[in-house]
Design a protein around this ligand. Structure first.
Ligand code: SF4
Length: 259
């Protein structure tokens, strides 16, 4: 029995990607991974997995996973301009480097981590990463993620200095990840370059957590705070319904499933 469990975990960790979608209008393919190395209590994937979802595996387990060869075959058939990797946490895939090298060198595609927690950047053959920061305070960061803050902030700095195109994101949760946390992050980003784009995502209430969605006024205040430091700040303030169907507001999410 123990052996079977070990084999199951090994199989899951070896095959993190389970689906590939394609957006015709913008000509990009997205590889979707299952699982994450963090355990943020406010993770929006819980909207699909529910309050009882296991830390690190917030959505229901996919019926099957894709092999590296299957992924390469589908990408080679489509030859998209951009290959984007999404989560959970896409960088935990053991075939990450191989797939990035394939996309970049064999297909000539731009390569992106469309959303990452920042644990595995910079890496070769990766052009762009959007890092979702969780907190500025050391203890809050650890409490939220179960991982040290320095790893993520240092990785971001190294990736920026390596020439990668970088963007940042923070989930704003008044009373938990508040303006002081936002301000700390903005100071850090501005210290690297005040042109680094930041998106402030208003918290979307997930099952089993106590926080409220920020008000319009609180979102405006957060944006104003960030703009004291950074030149490009966007804010999103989605409802649960909008988060569950992002194609309602953004045609980049209007995709077909390739496999
Ligand atoms: S890093 Fe992102 S995907 Fe992972 S648990 Fe946190 S919010 Fe969810």
């Amino acid at each position: 029995m123990k052996l079977n469990l070990f084999m199951l975990i090994t199989q899951e960790s070896l095959m993190a990607f389970y689906q590939i979608t394609y957006n015709k209008k913008y000509d990009f393919a997205t590889l979707h991974n299952w699982g994450c190395t963090f355990r943020c209590p406010f993770c929006s994937y819980k909207l699909r997995g529910g309050a009882d979802s296991k830390p690190g595996f917030m959505t229901p387990k996919p019926a099957s996973f894709l092999t590296t060869e299957e992924i390469k075959t589908v990408l080679a058939g489509q030859r998209p301009k951009t290959v984007s990797l999404m989560g959970g946490e896409p960088s935990l895939a053991p075939d990450l480097e191989e797939l990035l090298a394939f996309a970049k060198q064999e297909l000539g595609a731009k390569t992106k981590l469309g959303h990452t927690n920042g644990t595995r950047i910079p890496t070769e053959n990766l052009d762009y990463a959007n890092v979702g920061f969780k907190a500025w305070s050391r203890d809050l960061h650890y409490r939220i993620t179960g991982k040290p803050k320095d790893l993520i902030y240092t990785n971001f700095k190294n990736a920026w200095e390596s020439g990668m195109q970088m963007e940042a994101n923070l989930v704003y949760i008044p009373g938990f990840v508040g303006l002081d946390e936002l301000e700390g992050l903005c100071g850090f980003l501005a210290g690297l370059d005040d042109t680094i784009p930041l998106r402030i995502s208003g918290y979307i209430p997930v099952p089993g957590q106590p926080w409220k969605r920020p008000t319009k006024k609180q979102m405006a205040e957060a944006k104003e705070t960030a703009e004291k430091y950074l030149k490009t700040v966007e804010a999103s303030h989605l409802t649960v319904a909008e988060a569950l169907d992002l194609s309602m507001r953004d045609d980049r999410f209007d995709v077909e499933v390739l496999i």
